[in-house]
Structures are given as structure tokens and as C-alpha cells.
Design a protein. Sequence first.
Length: 368
Amino acid sequence: MCARRFLMVVFFLTLLVVAAGFAIFQFGDKVLIRSATPSGHFTAPAVDSGPEYANDGSWLARPTLADDPSRWLPPGVALSDGPAAVFYIHPTTYLERDRWNAPLSGNRDSDYRAGLFVQSQASALTSAGRVWAPRYRQAAFGAFLLKDRDATAALDLAYSDVRAAFDTFVKQLPADQPIILAGHSQGALHLMRLLKERVAGTPLQHRIAAAYVIGWPLSVTADVPALGLPPCTAPDQAGCLLSWLSFAAPANPELVTDAYQGSAGLAGGTRLRGDILCVNPLTGTRDGAALPPANPGTLVPSADLVSATLAVGQVGAHCDNGLLILDGAIPALGPYVLPGNNFHVYDYALFWGAIRADAARRVAAWRP
């Protein structure tokens, strides 16, 4: 896939989210909900209508695919597959209102964006191993704005596909192969549930070299105890969780934290504003801090959006009250930073080189 296709994902996805954010800021959440809620009610699909993960066509990335978007790399970076297997779950790419869940295929724009996310995010993890990225009937954007039966059912359906894909993924692997798990935004939400239901307390727990739960708030007290893995406290630690929410100063995370505060955690407790997990990808440690020279590469588009390069040593970051606050001279990544200086869309791009190094380190540190 050409670099231009990869870079255009920034426009397509941030445009919708920014518009939503400003709708909340200027007109209140009722306007946003009314304009984004899918039409009608959720209708359960036929039992046999889901993806068949034995087939290559149900995957965006898989070692058997000839045209694998996760194999993309910026200039100057060599392809070096590690010994692990990587399971990656892409974020929301279905922006329509005609249904609660995206079709598996056939929506050209959604399919295109999903491939672009695999290309721009999962590519950072190929230092650890080959990527498996499933197509799934993702919940539509509006499902995240409501707490009702329709929204819950849409998220459950999306997760059921992810779970089925993960089960197929595991069955294809040697029993002693290490695993990297990763997701972003909606993908991170499903990854949290997957860790609780399919990893914690099972033999698989000991095969996880690292889990990247990025772009979704994760409670240290109300979520982490249910996931089977502790937060990463050392850069060469295996079997741990990384999670961060990228903001520039002055940060206003209210659009995120207002919904998070008081919600029920996966471990049964209540999520609180002060307990959001922040693992700094530049240090590989919880609540870490690093100056810009420690950043091995931020993925930056050119002004004409036809190429991408790694900007070395420009963006530092430090954890502050659960947020990852950016330091230094942030490159021009695009005009669509969200309200509150939220760099959500760029959670991977800002630290692409650091993620690549981090994944390779954790796989090297993993022991059977």
C-alpha cells in the first residue's frame, strides 16, 4: 500500500471525531447523540453470518496474506520479524449511521480505513513478530455515545468476532510461541475484555510478552486485577500491560474522564479519575518521564501527504495524573487534534519508533 493511503487515515478518522468533540463543546452532548446514533434498533444477525476465521479473507493481516498492510515501514527502517505472534485489533473505522455494526466487507471507506490503521499502527509491532489482524463487525461510532440495550448489543457482537478470531489465532500457533496483544480505541476496549475472558488465569497468561491497551482509559484498581497482567514497571519486563492517553499541555481530558469516572470496572470496582494507568512508551515504565532525545521516532507525514518519515528526538513525554503529557517540539502531524489538546488519533504515531523497540525488548525478555 502506498504511503499516501496510510497518511490519509488521519484525515478520515480525525475529521469525524473532531467534529463530534466540537459538537459536545459548543452545543452539548444531546446534539452529538442525535446526529450520530444509528437508525433503528439493533437486530441480531443470523447465527451463521459471522466471519470464518479459517479463511484468509476474514483477516486484514495474517502471515499467509500476500498483500499484508502490516508489512509497511517508513524509509530507513528495515523489516525484522521477531519470534512472537502479534494479535492486533484496529479502532473504529465505520462512520455510517445506517446500522449498529459494520458489515464484514463491502463498505469501501470502512475497509480502506481499517487497512490503513493496520498499516500505520500494527507495523510498529513487526519487530516482535508477524501480525494477525482480524476483520470484525465493529460497533458503529454512535454505540459509544449511549448506554442502552442497542449499544451494549452492538459492542457484544463486535467482541464476539474478536474473541472468535483470537481463538483461531491461538490454535494456529506453536504451544511455546510468545504472544503480543495490541489494540487502539475500540480495539483496546475489546482487548481488555479478551484479556479478562481468554487470558487471565489460563496457560495463555504466561505466553503474553506484552499487551498494548492504547487509547482507552484503564483503571489500575478497577480493571487491571481482572486482566491477569500487571502494569509494566521496567523496560525489559515481560508479561505486563502498557496503556496511555496522549495529551499536550494544557490538557483538558473531561470528554474522556466524565464518562470514565464512576463507571464499573472489569474487576468489579468503580473507576476513579485518579487511577488511570499511564505507562510511558519512551521509558517502558509506569508513570515514567523522558525528554525528547529519548524518542527514537515519531511518524510524521509530509506537507503534501505523499510520504512519511520518522522524526527522531523531538517529542518527550511524562505521566501526570493518568495522562501522558507531551513535551518538546511536537511535529505537525495534522490539523485535527481533539478538544482539550487530546492527541488520541496519534497515540501510536507519536511513539512509533519507541513502540517498535519496546515490543522487541519485551519479547527478548520473555521466558517460557
